[in-house]
Design a protein around this ligand. Structure first.
Ligand code: ZN
Length: 118
């Protein structure tokens, strides 16, 4: 378990990079997304990532190959996708972390998997 976590992390019910808002919707926490990217830890369980790396996203994110959720273990991604019917899982060996520029309307960083694995 990562030191310094302020709360318990459960890959499915309390994934590291998400918070559940007052309306019950799950939202990404930007600072944790960045932490996952830079420290190469899983966005669900906060443990170190290996290979393959998995991402979860909706059809649009898959089509654009640009994901807002941080990298995940394959098993964590599948567990998350099982409770979020709109999410699909993609697998990759590597990814780029792309930070928005001041011109971008969408100021969230995105992850661009390279060389998707079947
Ligand atoms: Zn994980």
């Amino acid at each position: 378990m990562l030191r310094g976590l302020s709360r318990d992390v459960d890959p499915v019910s309390a994934p590291f990079a998400w918070e559940t808002g007052p309306d019950g919707r799950r939202e990404l926490v930007g600072t944790r997304v960045t932490q996952c990217a830079l420290s190469r830890i899983c966005g669900a369980c906060a443990e170190s990532l290996g290979r393959p790396i998995a991402f979860v996203g909706d059809d649009l994110e898959v089509a654009r190959n640009a994901f807002h959720a941080p990298p995940l273990h394959e098993s964590c991604a599948e567990a998350l996708a099982a409770v979020e019917p709109s999410w699909r899982v993609v697998r990759t060996a590597a990814f780029e972390f792309v930070r928005p520029t001041s011109e971008d309307l969408d100021r969230r960083p995105v992850f661009q998997p390279s060389a998707l694995l079947e």
